[in-house]
Design a binder for this molecule. Structure first.
Ligand code: ADP
Ligand code: MG
Length: 343
């Protein structure tokens, strides 16, 4: 298939506790497109396998069903395609192309934010395909409820089917991914080096692959054995950028929300009940402790609150840590967990 990468197959996709829901949904869809889980939206952070999964669906259907009309595009390509059609007055051809697909796969729909005309067009494409029971699968870098500049009626369409998330892989799954890649390339590296990579690259499969590729290339081109020391030296920048990129505010919000059994939307909402206000203050405090963000920036990330609210929250948590001996260990544990799963 011209627009699919053959490397992205289910065979090459390691299933772990972080992705089994999404992976099994994708598998089910690829076996029975248009019947089960339509539409489906897979969301998750960068490098967690969204493109791999959505293309695996395309590759499987392409193999199994003769003459199935499969379209795979990024949301950016869809947008450009639409704008070109508008410019060249070929919207009829555009509609024909997309509205008669059997399987429509659109990657990275967060790109559509603020693009109102394209959203409008996709809304109509969606309706046409949905009415005809044609399979649609989308990916997004966050839950669609968190896309600020998406028209409600399109958001509502995305939310209509199954929405599943991809989480960062656990240590064991990271190891399994690297082992699979070694197996496929018929190569080997010492277990201690595998462990080193898995402990330092924690939230992103793409970086995990990058680290392995670098180490294998080094062994091949420089002809040296890979020791932990060599690996540490060679992977310095991956380890560092990974670390810096990792502690972002979304991650903190998610960890704190999870801990208190809330959603991140609740944390960011205007609600001021104690059950939400306290966790929100904890999240703001942690954000100030372990990111470089200013009080103004933190406030913006919590539903556009004022920087004084953030200052107040931090003060409040500091006071509570003094007056209530259970608070400090809880906050410290959260910080440690956040750092650890990011390290
Ligand atoms: P995303 O689209 O979410 O940013 P990708 O699908 O591009 O992520 O994945 C990044 C890289 O990691 C790809 O090379 C992909 O093959 C690989 N990858 C991601 N998840 C897995 C997995 N569970 N098993 C094997 N490889 C994976
Ligand atoms: Mg992708």
């Amino acid at each position: 298939h011209p627009s699919l990468n053959q490397r992205y197959t289910f065979d090459n996709f390691v299933i772990g506790e972080n992705n089994n829901f999404a992976a099994n949904a994708a598998l089910a869809i690829s076996k029975n497109p248009g019947t089960a889980y339509n539409p489906c939206l897979v969301y998750g952070g960068v490098g967690l396998g969204k493109t791999h999964l959505i293309q695996s669906i395309g590759n499987t259907v392409y193999q199994d069903i003769d003459n199935a009309k499969i379209i795979f595009v990024s949301a950016e390509e869809f947008t450009n395609d639409f704008l070109n059609a508008l410019r060249e007055k070929q919207t009829a051809q555009f509609k024909n192309k997309y509205r008669y697909a059997d399987v429509l796969l659109i990657d990275d729909i967060h790109f559509l934010q603020g693009k109102e005309e394209t959203q409008e067009e996709l809304f109509h494409t969606f309706n046409a395909l949905y009415e005809a029971n044609k399979q649609m699968v989308f990916t997004c870098d966050r839950p669609v409820s968190e896309l600020r500049q998406l028209k409600d009626r399109l958001r509502n369409r995305f939310e209509r089917g199954l929405n599943v998330d991809l989480k960062p892989p656990s240590f064991e799954t990271r190891l399994a991914i690297l082992q699979k890649k070694l197996e496929q390339s018929n190569r080997n590296i010492p277990e201690s080096v595998l462990n080193l990579i898995c402990s330092n690259v924690t939230t992103n499969v793409r970086d995990l692959e990058k680290a392995l590729t670098r180490i294998l290339a080094y062994a091949e081109l420089v002809g040296k054995d890979i020791t932990e020391e060599v690996a540490r030296q060679q992977l310095k920048d991956i380890f560092v950028t990974h670390h810096q990129a990792s502690i972002n505010i979304d991650f903190i919000q998610r960890a704190v929300a999870d801990y208190f059994n809330l959603t991140t939307n609740e944390l960011k909402s205007k609600k001021r009940t104690a059950a939400i206000a306290f966790p929100r203050q904890v999240a703001m405090y942690i954000a100030r402790q372990i990111t470089e963000l200013s009080t103004t920036e933190v406030g913006l990330e919590f539903g556009g609150r004022d920087h004084t609210t953030v200052m107040y929250a931090c003060q409040k948590i500091e006071n509570k840590m003094k007056s209530d001996s259970t608070i400090e260990p809880m906050v410290k544990r959260l910080i440690r967990d956040i750092r650890e799963s990011n390290a």
